[in-house]
Write a protein that binds this ligand. Sequence first.
Ligand code: PMP
Length: 439
Amino acid sequence: SLEVPPVTQIVNKRHRYISPIVSLSYKQPIHMASAAFQYMYDTSGNTYLDAYNNIPHVGHSHPVVVNAGQQQMATLNTNTRYLYHQLADYAEKLLDKFPPSLNKVYFVNSGSAASDLAIRIAKIHTGQEKIMVLEHGYHGHTQTATDISDYKFNNPKGQGQKEYILKTGIPDTYRGIYKNDDGSAGIHYAEHAIELLKNTHTPIAAFISEPISGCGGQIPLAKGYLKTLYPEIRKQGGICICDEVQTGFGRLGDYFWGFEAHDVVPDMVVIGKPIANGHPMGAVICTDEIANSFGKGVEFFSSFGGNPVSCAIALSVLQVIEEEKLQENAKIVGKYYTSLFRKLQEKYRCIGDVRGSGLFLGIEIVHPQNQEPDTLLANHIKNHLRNRHILISTDGPYDNVLKTKPPLCFSKENAAEVVENIAEILQAYYKNVNKTNAF
Ligand code: PMP
């Protein structure tokens, strides 16, 4: 009889107790043992280049971050009803990274909890219920976060669009109707959203979007879109919320926050994932005015939100970003990485689009003859990269966009390794396709 490999045993046990609704990456899942910086190691001793994970922002198991957590955990961990200096210290450092109007912060334990809280605060502040969201958007897994996430509610297995949700089309200059990203497309897309607002007779509480739609397939919102739309939202009395869970903390290279690329300042910002390099944390940042409305209501308390350990870890993440000039690295390596993908695009017309900023890129895989999404090829590339010990992912409504958003310590050599391997995979793929065609 065949010996059952340990991976199969672990998968079976996991499915037995948790169920496959908690999905696994890859046809052949990897049993991870440890990780350091931009590398992950499996239990068989293989090293994987991590070109995918954006949560370990400054690098997996970064010693400065680990040490900060260990020291604080061994000293004091408690809740916000006791006084400890780490909470206000970190809040001050974090808010230093925002424009002056964004000067209050509430801490929670995930991006989902942050989105959920942001919507609650927006409803309290405005006294309104309606929320405008973007097509393909994702903001988290709580009931409210799912309600505002087209990616989830619009799934055939999802709960459907709730009555309080207004959905507007994604301003996508690759697949959308307006393609000219000189600012004109952004204005046209915004006009559609404004029209939708006008046709809705009750004012909205908020509009929420990412600056680059991650789950939507790494789609940078068309230039000028937010700049045209935000004032109209505000005219209605609504709040402009920017979800920076994926795009924040210098990943985009040129900018610390994604909204800066759009030349806007939101009224509220939602952050998570990289904030504490993998330790569960999220936050909502807002203006004084909004904080004042929220402050008139019931007490805000989260058992773990902003605890001393989370604050110590998050503070160390900001320190490492600065000390190791990781935003600068994201900019330099990101430009190089993009240029390599563009070179590959010249050779392979299945690469329909190369987009994103810094170390937050999307490579859209298409059928060259008609630019239709090529989901199979995108997944072929992802799985073959896995077999070559390189981690990336696919996403977007057609699951045909290769996503790469590595830890910010990613090097030019790492970037070259990913692109060279994709080139080899494509070369082999087309060799086989041609052989098949020859028969
Ligand atoms: N917002 C965005 C843009 C996200 O990508 C995610 C997670 N993928 C969330 C919110 C939710 O964060 P979490 O998984 O930490 O709850």
